[in-house]
Write a protein that binds this ligand. Structure first.
Ligand code: ACO
Length: 428
């Protein structure tokens, strides 16, 4: 017999079904709570609220487990290509060779962006943060493809929009960097794979030959896989909630990019490097900064530490830390920021404040150091995260539309003034 949860209110008992996921996660289904009782739940930050049922990503924060469609992040990061993972997330299974060839070929065909979009870039100031540019450009894509405005037009139209977005995001991202440098835009090279093509558009110049270093391309492939999905995080929930109004995919993803930008979410990778540079410039006294992070009067937090769901370790951080050592060694780079990061990690992990609050390095603690080694400028770090997260956002948006989920519309407990009479301005 299935489990029942009982709630007692005003002397009455109400029963609600308990539901269980495929990995035995349990939830009390309170979707009828308000109808039955007149009460709502209050859960700021949605710390205990399941917003949806999803078959895309499973994570266990206590055990440090992360699976995409049942495959472990360790195996995927070790063995798969980012495009394979994108297919897996969006369509549910690993592609056969033929499916992968068709998918790759279709993405390749759409890497160019409309020439008119170049003018948009030119209108931005050189100092524009590339995340602001990227969010605007992705939303602007909707203006070039009006048929995408109805997300439910047809499965074929939906697939075409998905392909366009996957293909064009690296082009838009690389061009936002070229624009900031006031360098000429480099067009995509369709004989290169997804990661190498992005690196080409970022670093090639019309004046000289540029060959993509396979160490760099492989490291980028791994980083993008590690970021590809993370179930109902802040940006993904944003994508789903915007999409739930039946806004088009470009608009929904643009909103996700904006949500990712914040330093408590994807913006943490930029914030980590800025923090390490600050500590370095200040003489490298790690203890002093750990003390600051613990001081409740001081707004400073250890960026790249702590996570809403991982309370023992972040499996992506474990993979990234190793990748970081490998990349720096292969590229012969000696980065003082890595030394500071390692010292900081050691001091914090032994400190009672961090231990008692289960604060561990998250995926972004080391990703910035790899990005630096790959030559990616600091302001582009969160853009790299967005490129990685795109398949996850798309998969979640697609799932939400296919499940016909209702419009997202939380309630609130009102704490403002009770009704009062309007007072004319002379009498106030
Ligand atoms: N440095 C110092 N103290 C911290 C940190 C930190 N990085 N993170 C959390 N704490 C403390 C809080 O002050 C709080 O202490 P208290 O119980 O004494 O009040 C306790 O740990 C719990 O923290 P919350 O902020 O309540 O935890 P929450 O789950 O809401 O926040 C978050 C998680 C936002 C990731 C937080 O740990 C943080 O701000 N980390 C730094 C930013 C960061 O690295 N973000 C990237 C997250 S990963 C990602 O999005 C890809």
């Amino acid at each position: 017999m299935s489990e029942i949860a009982k709630i007692e209110l005003d002397g009455k008992t109400f029963e609600f079904p308990v539901i269980e996921g495929t990995e035995n996660e349990k939830a009390i289904d309170i979707s009828k709570l308000r109808d039955a009782t007149g009460y709502i739940t209050l859960d700021p930050g949605y710390k205990n609220t399941g917003a949806t049922k999803s078959s895309i990503t499973y994570l266990d924060g206590e055990k440090g487990i992360l699976h995409y469609r049942g495959y472990s992040i360790e195996q995927l990061a070790e063995k798969a290509s980012f495009i394979e993972v994108a297919y897996l997330l969006i369509y549910g299974n690993l592609p056969t060779q033929t499916e992968l060839d068709i998918f790759t070929n279709n993405i390749t065909k759409h890497t160019l962006v409309h020439e008119d979009m170049k003018q948009f870039f030119e209108a931005y100031p050189a100092k524009a943060h590339p995340m602001g540019v990227l969010a605007s450009m992705v939303c602007s894509l909707s203006t070039f493809y009006p048929e995408s405005l109805d997300p439910n037009r047809s499965p074929e139209a939906k697939d075409l929009t998905i392909l366009r977005l996957l293909a064009k995001l690296p082009t838009l991202a690389a061009w936002s960097y070229k624009n900031a440098m006031r360098h000429p835009f480099m067009y995509p090279k369709n004989d290169l794979n997804y990661c190498s093509n992005f690196l080409h558009m970022m670093f090639a110049m019309p004046t000289e030959d540029y060959t993509v270093d396979p160490v760099v391309s492989n490291a980028l492939n791994k980083l993008l896989i590690l970021h590809a999905d993370h179930e109902q995080n802040c940006s993904t929930s944003t994508v789903r909630i915007v999409g739930s109004s039946q806004a088009n995919l470009y608009a929904s993803i643009s909103a996700g990019i904006s949500a990712l930008w914040g330093p408590l979410h994807g913006g943490a990778n930029q914030a980590v490097i800025e923090m390490l540079e600050q500590i370095h410039a200040d003489g490298g006294d790690v203890d002093k900064w750990v003390t600051k992070a613990k001081d409740k009067e001081d707004p400073f937090r250890l960026m790249g530490f702590g996570h809403r769901v991982y309370k023992n370790f972040d499996p992506r951080a474990t993979i990234i830390k190793k990748a970081c050592d490998d990349v720096l060694e292969k590229m012969g780079i000696n980065d003082p920021m890595l030394e500071i990061a390692k010292k900081l990690e050691k001091v914090a992990l032994e400190d009672e404040y961090f231990k008692s609050r289960n604060l561990y390095p998250n995926v972004d603690f080391y990703s910035g150091i790899i990005y630096r080694a790959l030559g990616i400028p600091t302001e582009m770090f969160t853009v790299m995260f967005a490129i990685g997260r795109l398949p996850g956002w798309i998969a979640q948006w697609k799932e939400m539309t296919e499940n016909n989920e209702p419009i997202g519309r939380p309630r609130q407990i009102y704490t403002g003034a009770t009704p009062r009479e309007y007072v004319s301005i002379e009498k106030r």
